[in-house]
Design a protein. Structure first.
Length: 262
């Protein structure tokens, strides 16, 4: 289907060095997009960039920035958008450390708010003018199923994800008329470094093996398994495409049916 193709579109992909962001870079490059990979580690970004599809004439690039450093993040995204307008932005970064909310320090919430919400607002202001000028914009936020149903033991994350969900829904209403859509993808348990960290933390807190924890988690998923990052990336690539032009302001769980609410 030609309206799934992204030729001539420029995508900025957060957290592109690993996990869901990396898989998304592969999916968008395969669909024909020029990909700019955002993350903190130049070596890993360079490795991903070297592996990206190039159907001929695609221009991939990297943008090394820390989402906690807002000023330099904004400047670097401004430069990237100036060289080529950004049409697709995958708002994705590392998740906050786990633990119960009542034990989290104020500084943990502050840092998570900065890395997720303030960084998103910083990037938005640099990418939006180009999207509006092109009358084509796709903002896709990689959040979590905790937007719908808080996950025990991920207190800071649950709080920040809810804020991001409302940030996105508000923008969807504000920007819909200009050809810019804002949607959220909510990953379930997905085979990445982040998931391994969560399993290890639970194993040590509960005195169990990582296999026991993983099997317990899978037993709550109707699909009976964890997702591969490529499965999440496929959903993201669809939302980024022209085919998804009338989808705006949604939360799309990619969780094997785990979320119990509608
Ligand atoms: N995997 C799951 O089961 C799951 C489930 C629900 C929600 N999620 C959420 O989905 C998102 C992606 O998950 P994932 O599993 O792919 O995570 P991941 O494997 O931990 O990858 C995180 C990515 O974010 C980058 N990053 C981390 N801190 C950053 C910072 N301060 N500034 C810029 N980039 C930063 C990392 O690169 P560098 O370290 O090189 O910067 C890496 O590329 C996360 O928010 C995660 O919490 C994941």
């Amino acid at each position: 289907m030609s309206n799934l193709l992204l030729s001539g579109r420029h995508a900025l992909i957060g957290g592109a060095s690993r996990g869901i962001g990396r898989a998304t870079a592969f999916a968008l490059a395969e669909a024909g997009a020029d990909c700019t990979l955002l993350g903190r580690t130049p070596e890993t970004l360079a490795t991903v960039m070297a592996e990206l599809t190039d159907h001929g004439g695609q221009k991939h690039a990297m943008l090394v920035a820390d989402q906690l450093e807002l000023e330099s993040l904004g400047l670097k995204v401004k430069m990237a958008a100036k060289s080529r307008p950004i049409h697709i932005w995958i708002n994705n970064t590392g998740g906050p450390k786990g633990g119960p909310l009542h034990k989290a320090g104020v500084s943990e919430l502050e840092a998570a708010f900065r890395q997720h919400i303030l960084a998103a607002q910083t990037i938005l202001q640099e990418v939006l003018p180009g999207m509006q000028a092109a009358e084509y914009g796709r903002i896709i936020n990689v959040i979590s199923t905790s937007v719908k149903q808080p996950i025990p033991g991920l207190g800071v994350s649950n709080t920040i994800r809810a804020a991001m969900g409302n940030w996105a829904k508000t923008l969807a209403g504000e920007l819909g008329a200009s050809g810019v859509t804002v949607n959220n993808v909510l990953p379930g348990f997905t085979n990445t470094g982040r998931l391994n960290e969560i399993i290890e933390a639970r194993a040590s807190a509960q005195g169990k093996t990582t296999d026991q924890i993983a099997e317990g988690m899978k037993s709550g998923v109707p699909a009976g398994r964890f997702a591969e990052p490529s499965e999440t990336a496929t959903a993201i690539a669809f939302l980024a495409s022209p085919a998804a032009s009338y989808i705006n302001g949604i939360n799309l769980p990619v969780d094997g049916g785990r979320t119990k609410s509608l």
